[in-house]
Ligand binder design. Structure first.
Ligand SMILES: *Cc1c(COP(=O)(O)O)cnc(C)c1O
Length: 370
């Protein structure tokens, strides 16, 4: 082989099994051409992505997981399972990007969407009709931390012949397993808690009914929205510390939530760990931790803005669930797409990271007096 040829055909090295999952950063695989090659093209299948999908499927206690380029791609893939002419019933309170998908993209696919307060089970029962193919719920909701009773909504939806998808991005499958509560699709923005390091955009959908696997795979492969190998590899690295990260973050969030509640400039701290939170009992039944995200109001949008800008350790970023704490005003950022339908302008959302909690409280105290 001459140099130019060798450069285009690097040697194959087969090591002993590596401790870190190998990164198969390749679009194509050598084929036996006998029709039973396990991997041929990374859009259709990639070993690094498959390791990630198996890890998540196992965590969710599902049969199969599919990893996508973002949480929105994961949610879009779920909405693709709904036939044209049918209807999706979605929670009125939820992520702004999901609202945009439901109100601006799905009508193009001739799918109708209606919104209802899914915390109100009578209203939910009334909203589900003969054409409802899917109920899409978030719990706890982003950013107001309302809690939806997954098992109860599943019973109502299934009785009407509809499937249920649960976006559990605010929790992790270590503590919250919607499939065991009856959900058909467990969805996460992997960008948030699962990644934990603010360096990957990704999304996952897990199912426990083998009949749902093939149609979802068709969407992932046919629309080309599968997660890239390097992003899958980074997510696998982040997942190794999921249990440690979330234990620390959730414990610190409990301190932050309790401290904020005593502060005179703060009102209505919403965190499902407070016994007087409207959804506390339901949350405790279905999720093993109140989580590391909380929101509160101040009564004054300008004060909320000054506070968010004055924090130093809580960086003003969208997203949540990462090792570094963050603060955001959803009305101006993640939920701006919702306009007047969105969260109140004075609502502040905090995500608590792994920093020393005393430093976090100092930062909040300083910013609240600014
Ligand atoms: C962030 C988020 C999404 C979207 O995920 P991306 O990875 O940003 O596409 C969906 N649902 C919820 C609840 C989220 O917080």
């Amino acid at each position: 082989m001459r140099d130019a040829t060798r450069l285009a055909h690097p040697p194959q090295v087969t090591p002993a099994p590596s401790v870190s999952p190998p990164l198969y950063q390749t679009s194509t695989f050598h084929l036996g051409l006998d029709g039973d090659d396990r991997f041929d093209y990374s859009r259709s299948g990639n070993p690094t992505r498959e390791v990630l999908e198996q890890q998540i499927a196992q965590l969710e206690r599902g049969t199969r997981c599919f990893a996508f380029t973002s949480g929105m791609a994961a949610l879009a893939a779920v909405t693709r399972q709904v036939p044209a002419g049918s209807e999706i019933v979605a929670g009125a309170d939820g992520y702004g990007g999901t609202y945009r998908l439901l109100t601006r993209i799905l009508p193009r696919h001739h799918v109708r969407v209606s919104f209802v307060d899914l915390c109100d089970l009578d209203a939910t029962r009334a909203a589900i009709g003969p054409h409802t193919a899917l109920v899409l719920l978030e719990t706890p909701t982003n950013p107001t931390l309302s809690v939806v009773d997954v098992a109860a909504v599943c019973r109502i939806a299934h009785a009407a012949g509809a499937k249920v998808a649960v976006d559990g991005s605010l929790a992790s499958p270590l503590v919250f397993r919607p499939l065991a509560l009856g959900a058909d699709y467990a969805v996460h923005s992997a960008t948030k808690v699962l990644c934990g390091h603010s360096d990957v955009t990704g999304g996952v959908v897990t199912v426990a009914d083998p009949a749902l696997e093939e149609p979802l795979y068709l969407t992932q492969n046919g629309e080309g929205t599968a997660l890239a190998p390097f992003d899958a590899w980074l997510l696998l690295r982040g997942l190794k510390t999921l249990a440690l990260r979330t234990a620390r973050q959730d414990a610190s969030a409990a301190r932050v939530a309790g401290w904020l509640r005593e502060h005179p400039a703060v009102r209505q701290v919403s965190w499902p760990g407070f016994p007087d939170h409207r959804g506390a009992a339901v949350h405790a039944r279905q999720c093993a931790s109140p989580g590391s995200v909380l929101s509160f109001r101040t009564g004054d949008p300008d004060f909320s803005l000054r506070f968010a800008r004055a924090t130093q350790l809580f960086s003003t970023t969208v997203s949540f669930g990462a090792v570094s704490s963050s603060v955001t005003l959803p009305y101006r950022t993640s939920h701006a797409a919702m306009g007047g339908e969105g969260p109140p302008a004075d609502l502040v959302r905090l995500s608590v990271g792994i920093e020393d909690p005393d430093d976090l409280l100092d930062d909040l105290a300083r910013a609240l007096s600014a």
